[in-house]
Design a protein around this ligand. Structure first.
Ligand code: ITT
Length: 190
């Protein structure tokens, strides 16, 4: 789009970038990619992880950019894996989470997405949440990560049984990115 404002998404995750492309499609913002959000610092919440990473990425790249960090909180596991979602996915994976839950009827869970934006004028932070439950077994082939076992509240399908566009109508990430978009194109002017 000629004259449109560029904003960079620092992520190593192709799926996250594609979802951001869908959410920002009609915003008038030109989405660009930075290969990685840099060294991921350990912190207690996705909001802190995203804020630390965004500040670091802006210091080194000097471009208007955002990073996004997601946590998955499973109620009957005391909130595990929380901010360690990436580590849990790489180690025990979807099957390991299903094993931990066993036949427990308590399957409530929540995705929390934290988006941190930085540019030379300042910063802003946004959070999106998606409540739901952990399925009894994996279903679907769309999406990534824990999508095959996450059923959003009010739905029967897992996120992996939804098209990317349908996932983006309800997802934690789409809510946080939508709020950032709104802020960039209204409060911040264009
Ligand atoms: P970054 O480079 O952007 O950090 P990442 O894959 O490490 O990419 P996160 O730390 O935000 O991303 O996510 C942690 C993990 O949580 C991720 O690897 C997935 O396994 C899972 N996850 C994140 N968002 C998800 C979603 O929308 N649906 C299912 N699983 C998700």
């Amino acid at each position: 789009m000629p004259g449109s404002r560029s904003v960079w998404f620092a992520t190593s995750n192709d799926h996250k970038f594609e979802e951001a492309r869908l959410v920002l499609a009609d915003s008038g913002l030109a989405l660009q990619r930075l290969g990685s959000k840099g060294v991921e610092m350990q912190a207690d919440t996705p909001q802190e992880v995203a804020a630390l990473a965004a500040s670091e990425a802006f210091r080194s790249a000097g471009k208007p950019l955002f990073v996004e960090d997601t946590g998955l909180y499973i109620e009957s596991l005391g909130g595990f894996p929380g901010v360690f979602a990436s580590y849990a996915f790489k180690t025990i994976g979807v099957d390991g989470v299903l094993r931990l839950l066993g036949r427990s009827p308590r399957r409530g869970a929540e995705f929390v997405s934290a988006v941190s934006y930085r540019d030379s004028e300042g910063s802003a932070d946004f959070t999106g949440r998606l409540r739901g439950s952990i399925a009894w077994s994996g279903r679907g082939t769309e999406g990534f990560g824990f999508d095959p076992i996450f059923v959003p509240e009010g739905a029967k399908a897992t996120l992996a049984q939804m098209t990317p566009a349908t996932k983006c109508q309800v997802s934690h990430r789409a809510k946080a990115l939508g709020a950032m978009c709104e802020w960039l194109t209204t409060a911040r002017g264009r």
